[in-house]
Design a protein. Structure first.
Length: 319
């Protein structure tokens, strides 16, 4: 089977490092507090892209190495009726996998597990940057990590479980499931610290919300929706979010994208490809002044607007 060799871009690693010591209360998203909700993070991404397999592999390769410059790309066994697959790993930990061919030959698929800490970063990049193609999420998991909050309390917030797993050994931890794995919204509550055998994190409980959008518009929106929006997309998630104060305000990209016509989104993606470097340069000049950015973008080269950015050339006669 012919394969493509991926080169490593010369970029600095910016990935989240996992716990170096079991005595430090750390999860895959950072340090957990001693009590309460410690972090809300994307723990899984599965998405299909309307581009060639080569294009998706190239983009994922660049994104992985942008965060993990010691990653390794290698062939792996495909599943789900795909014909070929390549994965990126670091220290035998899977960071991402792209599959293509077979029955699904016209739609390459990327899966990013939470173990490498890259699922949130890659979802944001594919969802907002575009890269000249559209990605649709088939599954996204949001993890809410708690310490010092009893497993039974968090489980009760979710209602009546559809399935329970109780270990005879209390140190192994318990799990409750809510809903069906085949449904659009599925929730797991489990004693993460105990199941990982971390004595220092025995009180670490995770509520994991699994979202599977069932319509094309929802799959596109899931690539940009905020984590609170994803959690609140089902009844059980809303119940937990209300109880812990996880509000949907501030980030509303997911709802906004659903209101934008698809042809406009495609034209915006084309604009980013053609003028992306210019827009980034303008953004750096404007800093955090969004109003100035918009004014310059719409009214340049109006003299009054440009004077806020352009420095006068030095007078050679004054030297």
């Amino acid at each position: 089977m012919a394969t493509r060799t991926f080169s490593q871009p010369h970029r600095q690693s910016g990935g989240v490092d996992a716990a170096a010591s079991l005595s430090t209360p750390v999860c895959n998203t950072g340090v957990l507090p001693e009590h309460g909700l410690g972090s809300v993070s994307l723990d899984w991404l599965s998405a299909t892209s309307d581009c060639s397999p080569d294009r998706l592999r190239s983009v994922i390769n660049d994104l992985v190495f942008a965060k993990e410059n010691r990653a390794v790309a290698r062939e792996t066994r495909p599943n789900q009726a795909f014909g070929s697959a390549i994965e990126w790993v670091k220290d035998d930990k899977r960071l991402a996998v792209v599959q293509w061919g077979g029955v699904n030959h016209d739609r390459p698929h990327v899966t990013v597990p939470g173990t490498g800490g890259l699922s949130g970063f890659i979802r944001t990049e594919l969802g907002t940057t575009g890269y000249g193609f559209t990605s649709k999420a088939s599954r996204v998991d949001v993890a809410l990590d708690f310490r010092g909050v009893p497993f039974a309390f968090l489980s009760a917030l979710c209602g009546t479980p559809s399935k329970t797993i109780r270990n005879a050994d209390a140190d192994k931890g318990d799990t409750d499931y809510f809903g069906s794995r085949q449904s659009r919204h599925f929730v797991r509550v489990y004693e993460k610290g105990k199941q990982m055998g971390l004595d220092a994190l025995a009180d670490w409980v995770r509520v994991e919300v699994e979202v599977k959008p069932d319509k094309p518009a929802g799959r596109v929106a899931a690539m940009t929706a905020t984590l609170p929006e994803l959690v609140r997309s089902g009844r059980v998630g809303r119940s937990v979010a209300d109880a812990v104060g996880l509000e949907p305000e501030a980030l509303k990209m997911g709802a906004a994208v659903q209101r934008v016509p698809h042809d406009l989104l495609k034209r915006l993606a084309h604009m980013r490809r053609q003028y992306g470097a210019t827009l980034r340069e303008l953004g750096q000049l404007c800093g955090e002044d969004l109003d100035l950015f918009v004014d310059v973008l719409f009214y340049a080269p109006d003299e009054a607007t440009m004077s806020a950015l352009v420095r006068p050339e030095p007078d050679s006669k004054s030297r």
